[in-house]
Ligand binder design. Structure first.
Ligand SMILES: [Zn+2]
Length: 115
């Protein structure tokens, strides 16, 4: 099945995806920085600051995991836009409503297929 969206709708959503990709890559740099800073802190002083930096590290790691998932979702969506299958549910093959993609442009599946 090909995309149920009009070419204009795909263009609009693709622009949004590219914007989100740029924003995500920027925030991933900040996370890189946070993860690196924590490593340096480990060798630094005091028990409390060590606990602090361990907490920050686990926060940063959790954030990094979510960023990686999001990054691949956005990249996959852009790939589908390239192939002309953007807007088709990857699970059931039915069209994903524009309203859903407008809110979650990276969504690979329709609302029925979201677990
Ligand atoms: Zn579906």
């Amino acid at each position: 099945m090909t995309s149920p969206l009009s070419a204009d709708q795909v263009d609009e959503l693709r622009t949004e995806l590219e914007r989100q990709l740029a924003r995500l890559q920027k925030s991933m740099k900040v996370t890189d920085e946070a993860l690196r800073t924590v490593e340096l802190d480990q060798t630094a002083v005091g028990r409390l600051s060590r606990i602090d930096s361990l907490q920050n590290q686990s926060l940063s790691k959790g954030l990094r995991e979510r960023e990686v998932v999001r990054l691949s979702q956005i990249r996959d969506a852009l790939e589908r836009a390239q192939e002309g299958t953007y807007g088709v549910c990857t699970e059931c093959g039915r069209g994903i409503p524009f309203e859903r993609l407008f809110v979650f442009p990276e969504a690979p599946e329709c609302t029925d297929c979201v677990s």
